[in-house]
Design a protein around this ligand. Structure first.
Ligand code: AMP
Ligand code: MG
Length: 297
């Protein structure tokens, strides 16, 4: 998954190996860049029958796409490739190049029939916005199976807490997107939570005075320019947190706040370009750090 992962499991030496084997297995299945992955088979062959993880992950991604008005869209991959993010061979596409990939982007080009996925000609999928969250969910299932009491997983910045930390709260720092200090805030949590941040600072390149980052607005196929520098989602499930953090980043504060008010399954921290921090009301008791405004439900 092109990132660093840290697994801390309390009271056992063997479970981390089980988790890392699962993570390597998921990477082999879900990577859009590995020539031998299941996802590459789908992207190159145009169809694939496979329930776990492909159809299952796609089904939930499509649900989140509908819920976020298309802000999350796994079919945005041809545009991601055009910008060079998968290979680090960055390129600023012309409007004509972007227009040429747009006909392939959109969830109506994805056909899911039971465990069989079929893609329209030219459409390609990318699970980059959800794969780490899905992996966190799978790790939680393995921790449950192993009867572990507590664990802290960092899957490339996707944090998953599990169970009760023996010596107090889980203290989860949120990276300062301006890079002025390591973290601008800390969340003090108990029990099992997914804490996932999407930010323009995480992957970007600069040409002249313009900086381009890796979270694309599927409408424009350009870096989302919604006034946010980062969004952190806190919820029970890794996949939901991962998908939503990417989608809320694209949606911007106003649309994200509206979605929050219509939902009951997540909380979030928003860091705006002007340095303002917004916090959903369910986090006020567990947040310490930079001054904030509250989004009420
Ligand atoms: P994340 O780091 O979870 O926010 O996901 C960002 C990654 O998801 C990018 O590196 C792309 O591979 C992919 N991506 C970018 N924009 C979108 C989008 N709007 N919907 C779905 N995937 C996206
Ligand atoms: Mg994500």
């Amino acid at each position: 998954m092109d990132t660093y992962m840290t697994l801390r499991v309390y009271g056992t030496d063997t479970v981390p190996d089980t988790l890392s084997q699962e993570l390597f297995r998921l990477d082999r299945q879900l990577s859009a860049t590995r020539p031998d992955s299941l996802l590459t088979q789908l992207n190159e062959g145009g169809s694939l029958t496979c329930e776990e993880p492909i159809a299952a992950l796609l089904r939930e991604s499509l649900g989140l796409s509908a819920r976020t008005d298309g802000a999350l869209d796994p079919s945005v991959y041809p545009a991601v490739q055009l910008w060079g993010f998968p290979t680090d061979e960055f390129h600023v596409p012309t409007q004509a190049e972007l227009d040429a990939v747009k006909p392939y982007i959109g969830t109506d080009h994805i056909h899911l029939d039971g465990s069989t996925v079929r893609l329209d000609e030219g459409t390609r999928l990318d699970f980059g916005a959800v794969a780490k969250g899905y992996a966190a969910r799978r790790c939680v299932a393995l921790l449950e199976q192993a009867g572990v009491s507590a664990a802290l997983l960092s899957l490339g910045g996707n944090i998953q807490t599990y169970g009760s930390k023996p010596d107090g709260d889980w203290c989860i720092g949120i990276t300062d997107p301006m890079g002025q200090s390591d973290c601008f805030a800390t969340l003090h949590l108990q029990g099992s939570h997914a804490i996932v941040t999407s930010g323009s600072y995480q992957r970007s390149f600069t040409v002249g005075t313009e900086t381009y980052h890796h979270i694309l607005d599927p409408e424009t196929c350009r870096s989302a320019d919604s006034g946010l520098l980062s969004v952190t989602v806190v919820c029970a499930d890794g996949l939901l947190a991962d998908g939503l953090s990417t989608a809320l980043f694209v949606m911007g504060l106003e649309r994200a706040a509206k979605l929050y008010q219509e939902s009951c399954d997540f909380e979030a921290v928003f860091y705006l370009e002007d340095g303002t921090v917004y916090l959903t009301q369910g986090l006020t008791e567990v947040y310490s750090g930079r001054e904030y405004e509250v989004i009420a439900r």
